[in-house]
Write a protein that binds this ligand. Structure first.
Ligand SMILES: [Zn+2]
Ligand SMILES: [Zn+2]
Length: 347
């Protein structure tokens, strides 16, 4: 049996192709995909000029990684699931055996199983994803596209929790793409004051609607660092400064926006070979805390689908449009030209 898939071959080379429906072992599950959502990581990978990719992505490969669907086939050793059951499938699983898994730092796992390739009709779910609890029945009241948001939301949720944001803190969020906007939604729930920056005024308006108190476009400010500080008491800088874009230059700017003793959460992922420079006095005399955050853990994945089910996330803001997989040109156009926030791809 064949299925239709968006196959990635290299920089800006994504085509619709027919390929075999995956077969499964006795320990695996096959899911019929109902919705997959686009994401900033997809955009970066699609546009990246050098053919160097992170460990989780090995072209030629079916594109995409945020997904929900129905259980279609169950291996005979798997218990606890039913045919036809709606599920969210996370894109990775920690091994639960290495040093980092044992100390509860699952995002640092030495043997992460990745499971990309969701812009298609069927998805094989490896046993590691089932065993760590990252194949989750969709709670009532969530549709497939909303459930697919569990993946990016779980990453942001871990970033927000690690940043220790308190009531009344001033948080600057640099970036108002899908990830930056999840930050807005979650930080708003924490009762903090939000200053948000982005180069797109359209996206800044969405940030405002989601709960940003101050919106600033760096292109319209003389000095974005000074402008951010103006909205903090005594011009001291933000309690927490977040980078949600993934450019080395914005990492450097973000570090300069934090107050003495503040926390800088470097969340956006720049290309693996890039580096930044920091004035040492910011770390020493100003006692800044620099916090790197990568990916997520099963605990945050579960918490994230619960938040979605409890309607704590304005999902209609995040899913701008639903497009059939056949219309790949339109999906790519939305992704590359950042039209809307996320496109839900319906096979
Ligand atoms: Zn994503
Ligand atoms: Zn591990």
């Amino acid at each position: 049996m064949k299925m239709c898939a968006a196959m990635f071959h290299g920089p800006q080379d994504l085509t619709l192709e027919e390929c075999e429906i995956p077969t499964i072992s006795d320990d695996e599950i096959l899911v019929k995909i109902r919705a997959s959502t686009t994401c900033g990581t997809d955009r970066k990978l699609y546009l990246r000029k050098e053919k160097k990719y992170p460990s989780y992505f090995k072209p030629p490969s079916i594109f995409g990684h945020e997904v929900a669907g129905d259980i279609y086939k169950i291996g005979k050793n798997v218990e606890g699931y039913k045919i036809g059951q709606p599920v969210f499938v996370h894109d990775s699983a920690p091994c639960l055996k290495c040093y980092y898994c044992k100390i509860g730092r699952h995002s640092l796992c030495d043997n992460i199983t990745w499971n990309w390739g969701t812009w298609t009709e069927f998805l094989r779910v490896p046993k590691e994803i089932i065993q760590c609890g990252n194949l989750i029945p969709i709670p009532d009241g969530l549709d497939y596209a909303e459930a697919a948001l569990t993946e990016p939301l779980s990453c942001v949720l871990m970033g927000v929790e690690r940043s220790n944001i308190g009531l009344g803190d001033v948080v600057v969020i640099n970036g108002a793409g899908p990830i930056g906007l999840f930050w807005t939604n979650l930080v708003r729930n924490k009762g903090a004051k939000i200053i948000q920056t982005d180069l797109s005024n359209e996206r800044l308006q969405i940030a405002k609607k989601l709960g940003a108190d101050v919106i600033l476009n760096p292109n319209e400010e003389e000095d974005i660092i000074e402008s951010v500080k103006e909205y903090t008491d005594e011009h001291r800088g933000a309690d927490i400064a977040v980078e949600a874009i993934g450019y080395p230059k914005t990492w450097e700017t973000t570090i300069k926006m934090a107050r003495k003793g503040g926390t800088v959460t470097l969340f956006g992922g720049p290309p693996p070979t890039s580096s930044i420079s920091i004035n040492t006095s910011l770390l020493h005399y100003n006692e800044l805390k620099l916090l790197g955050v990568f990916h997520t853990t099963p605990r945050y994945v579960q918490a994230s689908i619960n938040l979605l089910a409890n309607k704590k996330i304005d999902t209609d803001v995040f899913i701008s449009e639903k497009v059939k997989l056949d219309d790949l040109d339109k999906i790519i156009d939305n992704l590359v030209n950042q039209k809307g926030i996320k496109t839900a791809i319906i096979p």
